[in-house]
Design a protein around this ligand. Structure first.
Ligand SMILES: Nc1nc2c(ncn2[C@@H]2O[C@H](COP(=O)(O)OP(=O)(O)OP(=O)(O)O)[C@@H](O)[C@H]2O)c(=O)[nH]1
Ligand SMILES: [Mg+2]
Length: 225
């Protein structure tokens, strides 16, 4: 988190991490279509010719609280291709919360696991700790055949502390729920850590209403139990 006390501005950084082609950029693109053009920043994407993320995408949200505090939420995605690990590490610098976008296909189990391991390593290289970083998990591509069953994902979800969302990002299903879930978990952690509500006139409830007004309503995904 970056805090600019003079300008009363807080910047929160969220990162979508996960294996190649799991749908990180698709999640961002869908969020972008939901936001009123006056309230969103540009979606920056650096893609290669075959639509793979080469660097990152960035979707900034802006909000000003009743108390005059400006909040910026920057949402990044990392490039999932194995060769871009150095870029992933850089994008994770200063991350306040991470959304792990997993691919539900059975064929992608190993890739998900490898990516998750690299997330822990890259956070550690940035002085961050996977165990204490706000984290949500999304199992995307629920529309495809040969995916891990709902029961299997529910069982995985019940083992871990992280909220698990099921999604079909190309149809916008589960995209908003994942983002709002990650933001709210991240904000709660930051509030505690930095005593934000005492230092700044900005309330979690007003941010949540703002975000829900902006992107809520459509495409809520269910949370696995
Ligand atoms: N069937 C299906 N395809 C999806 C879904 N979400 C994304 N895709 C497709 O999967 C491919 C990869 O999606 P991206 O969003 O570019 O994946 P990424 O995680 O950003 O990939 P990298 O940037 O290479 O790490 C694209 O062809 C998407 O249209 C989904 O829910 N279902
Ligand atoms: Mg991408």
């Amino acid at each position: 988190m970056q805090v600019d006390v003079f300008h009363k501005q807080i910047t929160v950084k969220l990162v979508y991490y996960g294996p190649a082609l799991s749908g990180k950029t698709t999640n961002l693109q869908h969020l972008h279509t939901l936001v009123d053009p006056g309230l969103r920043g540009n979606l920056m994407a650096l893609e290669t010719r075959d639509d793979r993320t080469l660097f990152f995408d960035l979707l900034p949200f802006h909000f000003t609280s009743a108390g005059g505090v400006r909040l910026r939420i920057k949402l990044f995605t990392v490039p999932g291709q194995v060769i871009h690990n150095a870029t992933r590490r850089i994008v994770l610098q200063g991350a306040d919360g991470v959304g792990f976008i997993a691919d539900s296909q059975v064929s992608q189990i190993d890739n998900n696991a490898q990516s998750f391991t690299s997330l822990g390593e890259n956070l550690a290289d940035n002085g961050l700790n996977l165990a204490t970083t706000p984290l949500v998990i999304q199992f995307n591509k629920r529309d495809l055949p040969a995916i891990r069953s709902d029961d299997e994902i529910d069982a995985l979800a019940s083992l871990g502390r992280e909220p698990v969302y099921k999604a079909v990002a190309i149809q916008g299903i589960g995209v908003v729920g994942t983002f709002l879930g990650l933001f709210s978990m991240t904000w709660t952690a930051l509030e505690k850590q930095h005593d934000l509500s005492k230092r700044f006139e900005i309330k979690a409830s007003e941010i949540t209403s703002f975000l829900e007004g902006m992107i809520g309503g459509s495409g809520r995904g269910e949370v696995a139990t």
